[in-house]
Structure formats: C-alpha cells, structure tokens
Design a protein around this ligand. Sequence first.
Ligand code: FES
Length: 146
Amino acid sequence: MPDAAAGAPAAPPGALAPFAPQGAFRLCASTELAEAGVAHVFDVLLWRRPARAFALRFEGRVVAYLNRCAHVPTEMDWQPGEFLDAERRFIVCSMHGAVYEPTTGQCIAGPCAGARLMRIDVVEGAGEVYWYPSPDIGPVVFDEPT
Ligand code: FES
C-alpha cells in the first residue's frame, strides 16, 4: 500500500510538521491546478477495480470526482484532463453531453439530469493537494518486488 501523504517531506526535529493530513494521499502541487483549467487525472480503485478520477480547481476550490458519467459508466473527458465546456463553466460528458455543476457534481442537463458524479474528498494546504479514500474508492496498490 502506498504511503499516505506520500511525497510530503519529513520535518526536521523542532520544525513545524508539514501539512500532511492523516489518511489522505498526495495528489499534486496546488500550482498544477489552474482556475477552471485542465484537470489532474489519477488512477484509483473503484470497488477494487481500476478506474480513473480527476481533480480540478473551480471558483478557487479544488474538487474531485470519479471519471465516470452518471448516465453510462464511461470516462467523460474529451481530451485527457479536459472536462469543462468551452466557457469553462460546467463539466460536460464527451459521450452524450450531460452537463454537471463543477462544485457539486450534480447533473443539471442531459440524459442523467438530477444524478451526481461520485465525489472524492480533497484537502489543500501548504501548496499541496491530497485526496481521501472512501469505502468505495481507494488507492491503487502496487505489489512490492520480492
Ligand atoms: S455517457 Fe455521459 S452523457 Fe451519456
């Protein structure tokens, strides 16, 4: 199992501990997520099967969701990391055009109106973004060489 908060530097004795939320996994540097920009796409396990998720910054906050449309369980980006419409206001599924509110993940138009994307909790601090696993969505586990 990868280390929680992997990548966070160890604090020297007497120094303030770095921001490393317990149980969370490092996702990326805050600077990688521009406002309404390209999302950071990452691998997860959904019910122990490989899946993809994404995080993006919208209205200053980082939000993350499973990359799985509520209409048909398929990935939604029209180019890697590109989830937003031309005006950069809504998440739009590239398959049949479902429109999602970025801050809530709720589908507001399209074939699955009223449904929601699966949200992933995130936290940002000290220039880093971390995500929290849930009972449904966990980190990818790499086997250690023997
Ligand atoms: S698969 Fe996303 S709108 Fe149909």
